[in-house]
Design a binder for this molecule. Structure first.
Ligand code: ADP
Ligand code: MG
Length: 351
């Protein structure tokens, strides 16, 4: 059987079945944003790992090394944030092809450490190899969370409201501009950290590009949600809203209804919508790499949630059953398919 017949998530499901049974200290194993291991009565260790591959996740013609370091740290801390945790330590493993210089690797770690510093997280180890083809980056993040505060993908219940932080679709739209040759005003891969465009975006295009190259993990927001006890389920938006909502629904055994016109889009994305290949909402639903948080909250917690003063938008409702639907701006409902990123290209039908 070809892997594309199963798709990325079907393959992970198969790996999950092959894994040995969870031990009593494994609170959460395969299937959530991070694994959770009980290490004492008061603390749980969170562990997550992510790969970034040249030609798959990034292209050195538009990604500078500082941004690559920043982003590879950020996407891992985002998974810790999605569990309501506090990031503590990271390990990095690099496969480095011929042609990459010491200066570029130095830039990578400048970017990596700049991101970690904001979260008082430290690099504690890793591995370094040569690569026959392409730059290979693997990052593992470790964090902690109080056992009572963990927010999994599995806690959504019918009647819960669905929320997202920030705005969606900017990163995928930024990538489309990067691929079309727009670079903001940064010098790109061969130069130093772009001083102007990415560090201090002025134009709408630069803001979208920054969101793609330098995502910010929502660690403080995830933490506030965990401490408040308001969120029943949570995931970070790495694959695209349609797929990540699908993960929450699947793990929780529920369905959902969201409205397209409630999905928060940035002013920059609205402004540039006419220059993009697809309608703006497509980038939010199917684009991925926003690294915002998607979570659910029981109706009784919504008032408290509002008092947290986070940049939240309510986009829909968790329903009984297992179908996901999307209402258009005239209220007409159609099935919502998980059309976000799948490494093996399979689009799963809604059950
Ligand atoms: P995320 O997008 O949050 O990083 P993924 O979709 O990559 O999550 O992975 C979903 C779940 O599957 C996670 O719990 C992850 O640890 C697990 N997983 C992914 N690939 C593998 C693998 N090759 N072996 C074991 N577990 C895996
Ligand atoms: Mg995740």
């Amino acid at each position: 059987m070809k892997i594309s017949d199963l798709g990325e998530f079907g393959l992970i499901g198969r790996i999950q079945k092959l894994a040995s049974k969870k031990s009593s200290s494994t609170l959460i194993g395969i299937g959530d944003d991070a694994a959770a291991l009980k290490i004492s009565a008061s603390s749980t260790l969170l562990i997550t790992t992510d790969l970034l591959l040249e030609g798959v996740h990034f292209d050195l013609s538009y990604a500078d090394f500082f941004s690559l370091g920043w982003k590879s740290a950020s996407v891992n801390l985002s998974d810790i944030a999605a569990m309501g945790g506090i990031p503590r330590f990271c390990l990095t493993a690099l496969g480095i092809p011929a042609g990459v210089s010491v200066e570029q690797i130095t830039e990578f770690y400048r970017g990596f450490n700049a991101l970690l510093k904001s979260y008082r997280t430290t690099l504690i180890g890793g591995d370094t190899c040569s690569s026959r083809k392409g730059l290979f980056i693997s990052v593992t993040a470790l964090g902690e969370v109080e056992p009572k505060r963990i927010i999994t993908r599995a806690g959504a219940r019918p009647g819960d409201r669905i929320f997202v932080t920030g705005t969606l679709g900017d990163s995928a739209a930024g990538l489309e501009f990067l691929k079309s040759g727009v670079r903001g005003r940064g010098p790109g891969a061969r130069g130093k950290e772009p001083k102007s465009a990415i560090s201090n975006p002025q134009s709408a295009i630069e803001r979208l590009i920054r969101k793609h190259l330098r995502p910010v993990p929502r660690v403080e927001w995830g933490r506030k949600l965990a401490l408040s006890g308001c969120a029943s389920a949570m995931i970070d938006l790495s694959d695209g809203l349609s797929s990540d909502l699908f993960h929450i629904c699947e793990q929780s055994g529920v369905g959902s209804e969201i409205s397209a016109d409630r999905i928060p889009l940035s002013d920059a994305l609205h402004k540039l919508a006419g220059k993009l290949a697809k309608p703006a909402v497509h980038y939010a639903l199917s684009g991925g790499e926003d690294y915002e948080l998607l979570f659910t909250a029981p109706p009784g917690k919504v008032k408290k949630l509002r008092s947290l003063k986070l940049p939240l938008t309510e986009i829909g409702l968790i329903t009984a059953g297992t179908t996901l639907s999307l209402a258009d701006n005239r209220g007409r409902k159609k099935p919502l398919l998980p059309t976000g990123y799948d490494h093996f290209g399979r689009r799963r039908a809604v059950k």
